[in-house]
Ligand binder design. Structure first.
Ligand code: S3P
Length: 438
């Protein structure tokens, strides 16, 4: 049928003359919400997660653990997990549906590899294209028995006795590292994991808070995990997600006449790449109300700024991995040529984010060149709309970055598959509307 828009197509808000204004508390951190459920489940006693992220990805984790026999209840944004201990999970009576969530899939593989039953994991079309050998192969070195389908989901995990390992990670991935840590908790001795580069360290920090013996060397890349910890449930306030705050940090920096304040944003230094890059580009960000209850948090005030171009290489990528589409957008209005390289991992996210960004930015006439592992962007070239029909490619972060880009465009734009934002930020459009002065 011609001219029938996909159901979730959405008209985007166009150019904003009066800027973005006001205060906003962004939803809870996705990485921490997932881990709160998982680690609460394998602890003794009760874990209470406040400000839990009620988005599709974290609900995939919540459901999976309910299906593994863990009593979990929810009251608004507060989730209560009755832990069953490291060996108390039960064989589910159906395949576990991972939905769109790579984090759920990869971490659960490490955890279920050492249990005493068999589980099947399935996922949606996007997740079923993402690489799983990066987890199943190192786990196999520990004695795990995981069958993947051509390197992808569906996967069958047959619980086995796991051995300690001394393993150098082949990819800079917190998901792979976390899977190995969860397997190492069930191994027959101390395991040593060496990362290529430091990646987000929520697993190590949080498991320590639950009582695990996990040591990180001062080099930040060598992690020693002692098995069979006595994990005890905790009360946890999930900080605001830096990766969600990043959309508004970018929007307020780029849209003239803006000044916004984002409250209680997670400032773990393995996640603050966008904040550091924005400052280097000449962004105006002020930090206040710094707190540290396990994870550091702060309020961030962001004002519009004239932006300078930037060069980013592999070393900086892990701390900004999910925000690179936003770095590309900032670069598209900077007064020079920016180069982002060493970011090949973007090709195996919810969609190929390098190809998707290039395709969508070109619809706005942005001067962007595709590299195998990144982009070159000339922000001096004026934008001009070539095609007003933008597409999220079914990827939440691509959808939201294009909605931010639209705030700089006069012409009406639509976004296909806009509902993909539900994966990490269901209230995104409402929160954006609240900051828009009409
Ligand atoms: C995540 C790690 C990152 C990130 C993802 C969440 C996590 O993936 O892109 O959104 O919670 O561990 P990789 O570790 O595969 O880079």
């Amino acid at each position: 049928m011609e001219n029938v828009k996909p159901k979730s197509s959405r008209q985007l808000h166009g150019r904003l003359k009066l800027g973005l204004h006001g205060k906003l508390a962004v939803p809870g951190d996705k990485s921490i919400s997932h881990r709160g459920i998982m680690f609460g489940a394998i602890s003794e006693g009760t874990t209470v997660l406040h400000h839990f992220l009620l988005a599709a990805d974290c609900l995939s984790t919540l459901k999976a653990f309910q299906n593994l026999g863990v009593p979990i209840t929810r009251d608004g944004q507060t989730v209560t997990v009755q832990g069953v201990g490291l060996h108390g999970l039960k064989k589910p009576n159906q395949a576990l549906d991972m939905g769109n969530s790579g984090t759920t899939t990869r971490l659960i593989m490490g955890l279920l590899a050492g249990q005493s039953f068999q589980t099947k994991l399935i996922g949606d079309a996007s997740l079923s294209k993402r690489p799983m050998k990066r987890v199943s192969e190192p786990l196999a070195e520990m004695g795990a028995n995981i069958e993947v389908t051509d390197g992808h989901l569906p996967a069958t995990i047959t619980g086995s006795k796991l051995h300690a390992v001394d393993y150098h990670l082949k990819v800079a991935s917190a998901q792979v590292k976390s899977a190995l840590i969860l397997a190492a908790l069930q191994a027959d001795g101390d395991s040593v994991l060496v990362e290529k580069q430091p990646t987000r360290n929520h697993t190590e920090k949080m498991l320590r808070a639950f009582g695990a013996d996990i040591r990180t060397d001062p080099d930040d890349v060598t992690i020693t995990v002692r098995p069979e910890p006595h994990l005890q449930g905790i009360d946890l306030n999930v900080p605001g997600d830096m990766s969600s705050a990043a959309f508004f940090m970018t929007a307020a920096s780029m849209v003239p006449n803006s000044r916004i304040k984002l409250l209680n944003v997670g400032m773990n230094d393995t996640r603050t790449g966008l904040y550091e890059i924005l400052k280097r580009m000449g962004g105006k960000v002020t930090v206040s109300n710094e707190q540290n209850a396990g994870e550091p948090t702060a309020d961030l005030t962001i004002e519009s700024a004239d932006l300078k171009p930037i060069t980013i290489g592999a070393d900086e990528i892990p701390a900004v991995i999910d925000e690179l589409p936003l770095v590309a957008l900032l670069a598209a209005k900077a007064n020079g040529v920016s180069r982002i390289t060493g970011a090949g991992e973007l090709r195996v996210k919810e969609t190929d984010r390098i190809a998707a960004i290039v395709e969508e930015f070109q619809k706005l006439g942005i001067a962007i060149e595709e590299l195998e592992d990144g982009f070159v962007i000339d922000g001096r070239k004026p934008w001009h709309v070539v095609d007003p029909h933008l597409d999220s490619h079914g990827d939440h972060r691509i959808g939201m970055v294009m909605a931010v880009a639209a705030l700089l465009v006069d012409q009406p734009l639509t976004l296909a598959a806009a509902d993909s934002i539900n994966i990490s930020y269901p209230e995104f459009f409402d929160d954006l509307d609240a900051l828009i002065q009409r």
